[in-house]
Design a binder for this molecule. Structure first.
Ligand code: DC
Length: 219
């Protein structure tokens, strides 16, 4: 294992982790591990009937291309971003992510992701399980309503039709599942810094986190 610097950003869905991770990575010139995308890709390949071993192989072939406000995900030259970033896949990903076989398939892929680069790792268990020794751990939260609104706008921008009420219910149900599962539940690491972005604009969250990261880099 290299002695790279790792910053983890964990929290429930649509708390703003992706945007914070992208902006912070851009500012610090770090790579990003979007672990949620790996769980979604797992669900996508599972839906295509692949077994766990073949899913692992397919996930290792994924290409992540960061863009201004999104990261495009390619599999064998095909852009599968919108095939994995939708609510149906999110539900399957949430179900499968509670299984030990799924988490086992993904743990080494996550730990070995861009091994010689400094890393921002975004997910649910980055600070507790995958990178327990990370130098800086952020746990980002926001109310279900605020998160549903953000997810609504995000999906609308992707041209997907969604109903706000359904989104709130889906988000609350998924949170409950993620928090109460036995394996890698969604909980803050003891040494994490909890930030509530319910009434804090994401650019304020970003500047606060930049300060924390700079402090870490200057150690
Ligand atoms: O962050 P996201 O919405 O793209 O994540 C999709 C699902 O994957 C989410 O329901 C929980 C699961 N997940 C997980 O169990 N562990 C992670 N580190 C990241 C995501």
């Amino acid at each position: 294992m290299s002695n790279r610097l790792v910053i983890t950003i964990d929290g429930p869905s649509a708390a703003g982790k992706g945007s914070l991770a992208r902006n912070l990575a851009l500012f610090l010139d770090f790579s990003i591990l979007d672990s949620g995308a790996l769980y979604r890709a797992f669900a996508y390949f599972h839906n295509q009937g692949l077994n766990n071993q073949d899913i692992e192989g397919s996930i290792k072939e994924l290409l992540f291309i960061p863009e201004d406000d999104d990261t495009k995900i390619f599999y064998k030259d095909v852009d599968i971003t919108s095939s994995i970033r939708n609510e149906e896949i999110a539900k399957v990903a949430s179900e499968l992510s509670a299984l030990s076989a799924t988490r086992k398939s993904l743990i080494d892929i996550q730990r070995n992701f861009m091994p010689s680069n400094n890393l921002i790792a975004d997910g649910r268990d980055m600070g507790t399980v995958v990178f327990p020794k990370a130098e800086l751990k952020i746990f980002l939260i926001a109310s279900a309503e605020v998160r549903a609104k953000r997810r609504y706008l995000e999906l609308q921008n992707r041209g997907q039709e969604v109903n706000m009420r359904d989104l709130i219910v889906d988000i609350e149900q998924r949170d409950m599942k993620d928090k109460t599962r036995t394996l890698s539940p969604l909980i803050p690491a003891d040494d994490s810094i909890i930030i509530d972005s319910s009434s804090m604009p994401l650019d304020e969250v970003l500047s606060f986190t930049k300060k924390l990261a700079k402090k870490e880099l200057n150690k």
